[in-house]
Design a protein around this ligand. Sequence first.
Ligand code: DAH
Length: 335
Amino acid sequence: MSSSVTLQQLKDELELLEVEAEKDIDKAKDGESLEKLRVSFLGKKGRLSAVLGSMGKLASDERPVIGQRANVLKSQLNRLIAERLQILNSKALDDLVEAETLDVTAPSSGIPLGHRHPLIATSEQIVDLFCGLGYKIAEGPEIENDYYNFTALNIPKDHPARDMQDTFYLEGDLLLRTHTSPVQIRYLEENSPPVRIVSPGRVFRRDAVDATHSPVFHQVEVLAIDEGLDFSHLRGTVMAFLKAFFGDLPVRFRASYFPFTEPSAEVDVQWRGKWLEVMGCGMVDPSVLEGLGLDPERWSGFAAGLGVERFCMVQHEIDDIRRFYTSDLRFLEQF
Ligand code: DAH
C-alpha cells in the first residue's frame, strides 16, 4: 500500500487542496468559520499534514519537492485567512456603523421641560424678600364678597372710592376681588397682632386692555400690625425692599389717598426717564382696626399693595403688559 503513493498523486492532492481552500476561504462569512477552515486544512490532523505524512513513502529525492510546495502553500493559506479575517472585521464595523447611524440634525424626541412664568417668578421673588424680613405668607380667595373687598376696608356702599376699582360683580354680594387688601381683614379676623404677612394673588378689574392695563393682574399685599409702628417703619421697610429688588433705581414717595390707610402714599420708581407708580401704601386707618375689634391706641401698623406686572416689566425691560398673557413661547422662553 505504501508503494502506491506517487509524487504526481501528492502534487495533485496539493493542487486540489489549494483550489478548494482558496474557494472556501473566500466564501467564509465570519471569524469562526475561518478558524474551522484553518484547522481542517492546516491543523495537526488537517489535509496538509496528511500530505506531509505520506511524503515518507516517496523516494528521498522526491520528498523536498513536496515539502517545499507544502510550506509555500501553508504560508499562502495563512496569509489568505488573515486577509479574509481583516475584510470580515472591517465589514462588520461598517455594518455596525450603518445600523447605528446617529442623525445629529434630527429633532429631539424628549418632552421639553416647562418653567415658571415670569410673573410667577417675580411674584415669588417679591414674597421671598418679605419672608427674609420675617413676614409670613397668607392667601385669600379670588371670589370675595362685598364686605371683605370693600366695607371692612372702610369703603362703604356709595363711597366714591368704589369707582376707583371697576368691579366684576357675581351673584348676590359676591365679586371678583379687585385687590389683595381683603386678605388683611381675613387674616386679622383669625390672628391677633403682632402680625406680619405677605400675600400674593390674582386680582380682577373691568379695565380696558392696553399696554399697561389688563382685566386680570397680580398683586402682592403686605401688612404689619404691632405696638408702636409708625410711618418711619413703613418707609424703611418699603425702601429696603425696593433697594433689594431694583438696586439703585431712584424712588419717591408721593402723598395719596386710600380709604383704608391714613396717611397714604404712592411709591414711584424712575424708569426710562419717567416716574412709574409701583405701589400704594400707608398707615392702617384706625377705623379698619376698630372694625376688627383692635384698639387703635395700642395697635398700629402699615400696609402696602404692589402690582407684580409693573415690577416684572421694569425688571426685564418689557414694554407691553399683554405679552404676559398671550402664551407666546418665543417670548416666555426668554425668562
Ligand atoms: N389695594 C390698593 C389697590 O389695589 C393698593 C394698596 C394701597 C394696598 C395702599 C395697600 C395700601 O395695602 O396700604 O389699589
